[in-house]
Design a protein around this ligand. Structure first.
Ligand code: R5P
Length: 304
């Protein structure tokens, strides 16, 4: 096994610790202090020379600070001659800005990819990107792992009587189709409309397919404001579903998400721990599954 070191940025230390534990190690020492004016000043306090170094950092809120941490930690490490340096990004913020939706906007996901490369990371491990094509924004190798299998196992444990997988929008059809295939159940699609002049707002949900008396299993990659999922759950209930289960890889839970999701007609909401949520954002029907084993496996395959 290659000599390796695991560091964590500040975005999701519990997940990084869980990964370290599975790899029978502890997190490397790093001081992430700031100057009085707010500038970040990372200080790597381990000998990284000739080691394979992993930096775990979810690009969750506050994403700009977390991008900067990942970037500056990379620069600090590469100046001490590691053998290899890998960015482990359980949640890639900005991934939903993967195209220019209108003239005058950036393709932010591509800019983030360049940030990571310019910080001299040589490889990336990431979980459930919003769009598979984002892998192509990187010129370095990307190991794109998915929480889909663990989410699928959780649904099986629920022993739903008549499951039907629901894609909350046309963009998520491939994801939903894979889940429906894994569960060997039918799938329906919802039509969601977004308005470019209104941020984070979705309206108008129409179900394409029959769900009456069935147990809906909505699958999405990201839950941000909770609008998509809450509207979908309401429409499904109106259409006569027996129950609504929601699965998502990344629980961003921005703004009023907790209020929307906890009052929506959802029976169970299962998300992964790619993002560390503060206690105030938790509620009883919310359950977590950990992606630590997936990440630990991806790391283990690079150090064997
Ligand atoms: C959109 O394409 C994504 O897959 C999610 O459906 C969306 O980002 C969720 O956002 P919100 O929770 O704010 O409706």
């Amino acid at each position: 096994m290659k000599d390796f070191l695991l560091f964590s940025g500040s975005s999701n230390i519990p997940l990084a610790q869980a990964v370290a534990k599975l790899l029978h190690t502890t997190l490397g020492k790093v001081d992430l202090s700031r100057f009085a004016d707010g500038e970040l000043r990372p200080w790597i306090q381990e000998d990284v020379r000739d080691k394979t170094v992993f930096v775990i950092q979810s690009l969750s809120y506050p994403m700009d600070e977390h991008v900067m941490e990942l970037s500056l930690m990379g620069d600090a490490i590469r100046r001490s001659a590691p053998r290899n340096m890998i960015a482990v990004i359980p949640y890639m913020g900005y991934a939903r800005q993967d195209k220019q939706h209108r003239i005058g906007e950036p393709v932010s996901a591509r800019v983030i990819a360049k940030f990571i490369e310019v910080s001299k990371y040589k490889e990336v491990i990431t979980v459930d990107l919003h769009n598979d094509a984002i892998v192509g924004f990187f010129q370095i190798p990307v190991s794109h792992v998915t929480a889909m299998d663990v989410l699928t196992e959780e649904v099986k444990k629920l022993s739903l009587a008549r499951p039907v997988v629901v894609s909350p929008d046309v963009g998520g059809v491939k994801r939903a189709r894979n889940l429906a295939y894994a569960l060997d159940v039918p799938m329906v699609v919802m039509e969601k409309k977004r308005f470019l002049d209104r941020h984070d707002t979705s309206e108008s949900f129409e179900i394409i397919g029959n769900v009456k008396g069935m147990d809906a299993v909505i699958i999405d990659d990201v839950i941000s404001t909770g609008g998509t999922i809450a509207h979908s759950a309401e429409s499904l209930k109106e259409a006569g579903t027996a129950s609504v289960t929601v699965l998502a890889s990344h629980a961003v839970f921005a703004g009023e998400a907790k209020e929307k999701l906890s009052t929506a007609p959802i029976d169970t909401l299962i998300v992964s721990d790619t993002i560390q949520l503060p206690k105030e954002k938790l509620f009883p029907k919310l359950r977590f599954i950990s992606v630590a084993p997936l990440i630990a496996d991806a790391i283990a395959s690079m150090i064997k």
